[in-house]
Design a binder for this molecule. Structure first.
Ligand code: DON
Length: 309
């Protein structure tokens, strides 16, 4: 396993830029359809503190499904393992992230894992708060704590755009409500979930979260505990088995690091004993993963021997 240099990042990002032509931006959330496919960036945040980056590193993107890792961490810290996994399973799925079919087949109708939409909705439903605002605040607070920034916020337009068009996610919620997996108002849950998905970060901030996970939940500078090590391990394990959805198997072979993608084009990766990596490029493949991001991670992993396998 080797550290990366700025020259390498610049060279490889330039090399993969063209792959954006092989994908297209998510259009099922109207506000995301307006993203510019040519924007891309990468950051590698090393344990010890140095951050090497390339591309449009000050560009802020929404986390989308990358936020599922943060929501899981909040729910685990709040309720513990047993309670969380009474509502959501631990098994990968071969279905797309928005799929409803497995819910109907499982008894009880527990979502397969916390990384697919149904599972993340069940997790967000567990996070305590008198209203959606309090739930979202917990996720924003954790984001601030992990990145060391005080100003993390969510994109109101992207959140509203998804809230107004999230008919499939509403269906998942109603199915789970009927089966006792979620409780309370579906609209409140959708409000919290869409705001959680719209949390804004740049690649450096996201890579720092990866470095914390790589450092077993401890701050990469101070070694202060941010997430209990056992919960950091659970998050990383789900990132390996389910983080890239129904491409998690091929990603494990090609790249071999715990990673979580989002339909904005973000990917958060964890490099064992080394640090965190974040890539952004909004053009997606047919499974909803960033084409530039996956290609760049493949190159990084191959050259720097990042695979855990
Ligand atoms: O719920 C949704 O559909 C989006 N807010 C997030 C989905 C997502 O990011 C899937 N990722 N590849």
């Amino acid at each position: 396993m080797e550290a990366v240099t700025k020259e390498q990042l610049d060279k490889w990002l330039e090399h993969v830029r063209i792959y954006a032509n092989n994908g297209k931006v998510a259009d099922y959330i109207p506000a995301l359809a307006r993203q510019q496919p040519e924007i891309n960036a990468v950051a590698v945040y090393q344990i010890g503190g140095e951050c090497i980056s390339s591309g449009q590193i000050d560009f802020f993107f929404t986390l989308q499904s990358v936020s599922k890792v943060l929501a899981l961490a909040v729910a685990l810290m709040e309720h513990g393992e047993e309670a969380v996994f009474s509502r959501v399973g631990m098994e990968p799925s071969s279905d797309p992230f928005y799929s409803i079919s497995k819910l109907e087949m499982e008894k009880p109708a527990k979502p397969l894992n916390p990384m697919i939409n149904a599972g993340a909705l069940a997790v967000t439903n567990m996070i305590g708060g008198k209203d959606s605002g309090e739930k979202v605040k917990k996720m924003i607070d954790l984001s601030c704590k992990l990145t060391g920034e005080e100003t993390i916020q969510y994109d109101q337009e992207v959140a509203r755009s998804e809230f107004e068009s999230a008919f499939l996610n509403r269906s998942l919620c109603y199915f789970m409500k009927q089966n006792g997996i979620i409780t309370g108002s579906v609209e409140e849950l959708l409000d919290a979930y869409t705001k959680q998905c719209a949390i804004l970060m740049n690649v450096k901030q996201l890579a720092k979260i990866g470095a914390i996970l790589a450092n077993d939940g401890k701050d990469p500078h101070t070694n202060k505990e941010m997430i209990p090590a056992h919960y950091a391990r659970i998050c990383k394990t789900f990132m390996v088995t389910c983080g890239m959805y129904n491409a998690s198997g091929s990603f494990a072979i090609q790249v071999g690091i715990p990673a979580k993608s989002g339909v904005s084009g973000a990917i958060l990766g964890v490099v064992k004993n080394q640090g965190g990596v974040a890539v952004f490029g909004p053009a997606l493949d047919e499974k909803g993963n960033s084409v530039v991001g996956v290609k760049l991670l493949e190159i990084l992993s191959r050259h720097l021997k990042w695979s855990i396998f």
